[in-house]
Design a protein. Structure first.
Length: 174
């Protein structure tokens, strides 16, 4: 784990670095469904309209190491289910920043009164995410064949996951 990482709520001071990290994932075309990059205005609107946007701030290097967005997955009778997306800067990969973000997101989801965290579109080639979700106890829901079109135009399978958050707050605070 990177001991210099503090996860905090998004604010405008992080916008440039946050959109840089987010857009690098979009440009790579292997994980996010978005094809359009964010600019300062659209990025700020995007990050502020989420239930929560968490910023992984590296206190030693004074830079955004990663971020996540948390929002409802549905409405009404299914409004207790949330969804999230995670982005880690290439400079900070292999330092367990993604794990720190997911753990923080799970706790934040509980604080926002969500009961289930669901990932709709985990791309089958994203082995780092798949391994992390398995490690953290997420349940794989199945496979959607050809559910994701990567940047090269190749159709890849997606593997939805979920985790029941009820009773998790005590475990995450420990």
């Amino acid at each position: 784990m990177n001991n210099h990482i503090v996860i905090t709520a998004y604010s405008a001071e992080y916008i440039q670095q946050a959109i840089e990290v987010w857009n690098s994932i979009v440009r790579h075309g292997q994980a996010f469904p978005q094809e359009e990059e964010l600019d300062e205005k659209s990025g700020h609107e995007f990050f502020t309209r989420q239930s929560f946007t968490g910023i992984a701030w590296d206190t030693s290097q004074k830079m955004v190491a990663g971020l996540y967005i948390l929002h409802p997955n549905n409405v009404g009778r299914c409004g207790h289910i949330c969804n999230a997306s995670f982005a880690v800067s290439e400079k900070f990969r292999q330092q367990h920043i993604g794990e720190q973000l997911v753990r923080h997101c799970m706790l934040q989801a509980v604080r926002c009164d969500f009961r289930i965290l669901q990932f709709n579109a985990v791309v089958s080639s994203n082995t780092a995410a798949l391994n992390l979700y398995q490690k953290l106890g997420f349940t794989q829901l199945g496979v959607i064949p050809g559910g994701f079109r990567n940047k090269a135009g190749v159709w890849e399978d997606i593997i939805p996951h979920y985790i029941d958050l009820t009773g998790l707050e005590k475990q995450l605070d420990a």
